[in-house]
Design a protein around this ligand. Structure first.
Ligand SMILES: Cc1ncc(COP(=O)(O)O)c(C=O)c1O
Length: 450
């Protein structure tokens, strides 16, 4: 490793960072992380903290997970790459497809289409949805519906169904035919409705209304996250996703669940689909599928969708999309090791228990600190605190306050994520009770400093 002077001198000077203004990053260079162990990360100055971000919602098994590292090393030594484009495959990806079929059997998802990450998975799912309707002879079903506040990655299709202006406005015009309905976000919504169950009804009614307005026979799919992550951990009422499923079924619209964050235990259930008791037509996965150690993802496809493609004799089902790294053997090896390890450690159970502790802790923080307008969570290790300068008006927090809290929390032993007015917590699923106490103590230090 280069010495710290070299690293600090060149930090952010010759690379642009995602989701950041290049000038701001030059003025305020990012923290240089140089090592990690267990659930802790260490910066270039030797300061250590619990990573309450979990990498980026992906390092579910922590940074040390030896079986995944060893699987990657073994695969690199034996077969570091081979393509899965028509005509070739590799043994490891075959084995992973069987393991994923078993893992997702309760969700009715039996085929995998492999990708290099979450944005790719969303793009592939959107494409396959359109193709599905073309095979069925309904070529006019090309539009997509989604939720405001939803996050579906940054490819053009994903940005088009994305529900946050920051990720859309600089890149418009986006894909035509993408329409959004209000998110089931009780703290802020256009209906002025704070009761989650009633709000779920109103959002479902808005979905019905949009379908009627667009014409059901023009809509390919509805895509949503089971719990909205990057939008600020927006947890729909338990009635919402089942209602969406019923509406989609009634109108012949495919339901794509974007499980890039929620699959593999983060919500305390093994999948978001299982959390809400629905079966999607497709599910997008990535992130924890390889514990963040290798860029990889999979779109999981329901039996009935797969059967339509596989029984086609017209040629319409020939798949014209995919990536050089689809089914990468090293990613597949990491995926196999992750599946085994997450089940061996029963991380969903720990996520549920530690999630209860974390959520109760931030609720207690809210009682002590006026700045916290809303806290959201209650399902595993996905928790957010929304800051306001005034609880009555819900006006945004004073400028710079989230950055100060983040800095103070870091000093006090936890890395937390700031996104707009939200502080988002998504630690590895292997955190202990003491780790969660450290995160809560660091947040207390952060809020006490402002
Ligand atoms: C729900 C969801 N979908 C898609 C993506 C995009 O994944 P990636 O950044 O791996 O492309 C993310 C990333 O955070 C996500 O949270």
């Amino acid at each position: 490793m280069k010495d710290s002077n070299f690293l600090k001198e060149h930090n952010a000077r010759h690379l642009w960072h995602p989701m950041a203004h290049p000038a701001e990053i030059l003025a305020q260079p990012p923290r240089i992380i140089v090592a990690a162990e267990g659930v802790r990360i260490r910066d270039v100055d030797g300061h250590e903290a619990v990573d309450a971000v979990g990498g980026l919602w992906n390092v579910n098994l922590g940074f040390s997970c030896q079986p995944v590292k060893e699987a990657i090393a073994r695969q690199l030594a034996r077969l570091p790459y081979y393509s899965t484009f028509r005509g070739t495959t590799n043994d490891t990806v075959i084995e992973l497809s069987v393991a994923l079929r078993d893992f997702f059997a309760p969700d009715g998802l039996s085929r995998a289409f492999f990708t290099s990450g979450g944005s790719d998975s969303v793009e592939v799912a959107l494409r396959l949805a359109r193709q599905y309707h073309k095979i069925r002879g309904e070529a006019g079903r090309v539009k997509f519906l989604s939720l405001k506040k939803g996050y579906h990655g940054t490819h053009t299709g994903g940005a088009s169904v994305n529900g946050n202006a920051n990720f859309r406005a600089p890149y418009e015009p986006l894909l035509p035919g993408c329409h959004h309905i209000p998110a089931p976000y009780p703290y802020r919504n256009p209906f002025g409705e704070s009761d989650p169950a009633r709000l779920a009804q109103l959002c479902a009614a808005a979905l019905e209304d949009e379908i009627a307005f667009q014409g059901a026979n023009t809509i390919a799919a509805f895509i949503m996250e089971p719990i909205l992550g990057a939008g600020g951990v927006i947890v729909p009422h338990e009635s919402f996703v089942p209602m969406v499923r019923e509406i989609c079924d009634r109108h012949g619209i495919l339901l794509i669940l974007d499980e890039v964050i929620t699959a593999f235990g983060r919500t305390g259930a093994w999948t978001g689909a299982r959390l809400w008791g629905v079966r999607p037509d497709m599910a997008c996965t990535a992130k924890a599928i390889t514990n963040g150690f290798f860029p990889f993802g999979a779109v999981m496809i329901a039996d009935h969708v797969a059967e339509l493609f596989e029984s086609d004799r017209s040629g319409a089902a020939s798949i014209g999309t995919g990536y050089t790294y689809s089914g990468h053997p090293v990613g597949a090896a990491a995926g196999l090791a992750c599946l085994a390890e997450m089940q061996r450690l029963d991380v969903a159970r720990n996520a549920a228990a530690r999630g209860r502790q974390l959520f109760a802790g931030v609720q207690a923080l809210q009682a002590r600190h006026e700045l916290i307008g809303d806290v959201r969570g209650g399902h595993g290790l996905m928790v957010a605190l929304e800051l306001v300068s005034d609880r009555a008006t819900k006006a945004p927090p004073p400028k710079g306050v989230t950055a100060t809290i983040q800095e103070e929390a870091w000093r006090a032993g936890a890395m937390v994520r700031v996104s707009g007015a939200n502080i988002i917590l998504s630690p590895p699923l292997v955190v202990t009770e003491a780790d969660v106490d450290t995160i809560l103590g660091a947040l207390e230090a952060g809020f006490s400093a402002v």
